[in-house]
Design a protein around this ligand. Structure first.
Ligand code: PLP
Length: 397
């Protein structure tokens, strides 16, 4: 293990804090290291591996597609891409799609489309605590010092509104607003849902000023929250939906989905990509969309998510000195602790469970959508074991 971490330091730019585990392979909800230690993965490659590891249908679909062709330029349209686009359009309620390689590329494309539709002078807003990606436009929409510092000048005409603050929203939105980007449940920001009243006010202002509402469903999409998309919890239909992560079944794939009003903003040659919508990624994505949407895995996520939240809330009652709040929906859950939780995530890993600590003190739980009640119950018993060791006493923030 030491040797691959040392080699990583030798060859890679040091942008990631690597988890010190040398993974051999994955199967279902488990990852295995080279010493055959088994890990329950409640992290899912950061909300990517919806169907777990080594899903046989994904393996077959990818193998069959790669035998036909791994790549054609986007000068061609292929059957696998059509099948993928059709499902995505149907389940999002949008009218048209542009396929990308990643989430940030989808956000970037959405910004371009908004500028073209609304002109260069109108303002685009995002919210405090949000994360939309690392390329320049997406980075500008992600107002955290950690992400932005040193990269100025950022993109012009992008500003921020305090998340869930109706007064700030009302003060800033007006006739000069081009668009609002929202994660309806903030992910990197610590699993923070938008309040119903806040979304209602956004809708009211959209009615008055006709700005473009963009739902960033990169993390929350593909059934993660127990509905096809997080906006389905709020009774709103955005003008643009950007999505990625789980839609490619572990391969790089993202999408900009737009309403009928915005379908003709891009014309031939005004936007493009070499790899976006790669046929092998779409073949894997078709398996995911079929399972999650057509076969209604999404409904199981809703039920299992409720069971999970109930157990986490019981844990909160049992450990009031450790747990401040339990948040989230479906299989996108956050447990806010009274202290920094990196060490807690490390302890989980020692016990064979992978979770993520985000925003300093939030344990972010993103199980594969196929995780069952038995995996959730095991996770809870491990959580209980850890907290029983009076973890809080050494970890006040
Ligand atoms: C809500 C949200 N938007 C955008 C992104 C960026 O996506 P990608 O890492 O695929 O570029 C992420 C990634 O974590 C995300 O969670």
């Amino acid at each position: 293990m030491t040797s691959i971490l040392e080699k990583e330091k030798e060859f890679f730019l040091q942008t990631y804090k690597r988890i010190p585990v040398d993974i051999s392979h994955g199967e279902g909800v488990y990852l295995y290291d080279k010493n055959r230690k088994k890990y329950l993965d409640f992290f899912s490659g950061l909300a990517v591996n919806a169907l777990g590891y080594a899903n046989p249908d994904i393996i077959t679909a990818v193998s069959e597609q790669i035998k036909r062709f791994a790549h054609l330029s986007n000068n061609f349209i292929t059957d696998v891409q059509i099948e993928f686009a059709e499902r995505l359009v149907k389940y999002s309620g949008m009218s048209g799609v542009f396929l990308t390689n990643s989430g940030t590329e989808a956000v970037e494309g959405a910004i371009k489309l908004i500028r073209k539709a609304k002109g260069p002078d109108k303002k685009i807003f995002s919210f405090t605590g949000s994360f939309h990606g690392r390329t320049y436009g997406a980075l500008t929409l992600s107002p955290k010092e950690k992400y932005q510092k040193g990269y100025e000048p950022l993109l012009a005409n992008i500003s921020y509104i305090r998340f869930n603050d109706i007064e700030d929203l009302q003060n800033k939105i007006n006739k000069d607003t081009a668009a609002v980007f929202i994660e309806l449940i903030q992910g990197e920001g610590g699993i923070v849902p938008a309040s119903d009243e806040f979304v209602k006010k956004i809708e009211e202002l959209r009615g008055m000023y006709s700005f473009i509402l963009v739902a960033d469903e990169i993390q929350t999409g593909t059934g993660r929250t127990g509905k096809p998309f997080a906006f389905n919890h709020y009774n709103v239909l955005p003008d643009i939906v950007v999505t990625a992560k789980a839609i490619g079944g572990g391969l790089p794939l993202g999408a900009i989905l737009v309403s009928s009003d915005l379908k003709n903003i891009f014309s031939t040659g005004t936007h493009g990509t070499t790899f976006g919508g790669n046929p092998v990624a779409c073949a894997a994505g078709n398996v995911v969309l079929k399972k999650v949407f057509d076969d209604r895995l999404v409904d199981d996520v809703m039920k299992k998510g409720m069971h999970f939240i109930n157990l986490l809330n019981n844990l909160k009652k049992e450990f009031p000195e450790d747990i401040k709040e339990v948040r989230g929906k479906g299989f996108m859950l956050g447990v806010e602790h009274f202290y920094e939780c990196t060490q807690l995530a490390d302890k989980f890993r020692e016990r064979g469970v992978l979770v993520n600590c985000t925003n300093q003190n939030v344990i972010r739980i993103l199980p594969p959508l196929i995780a069952g009640k038995e995996h959730i119950d095991f996770f809870i018993s491990e959580y209980k074991n850890l907290l029983s060791k009076k973890f809080h006493s050494a970890n006040e923030i």
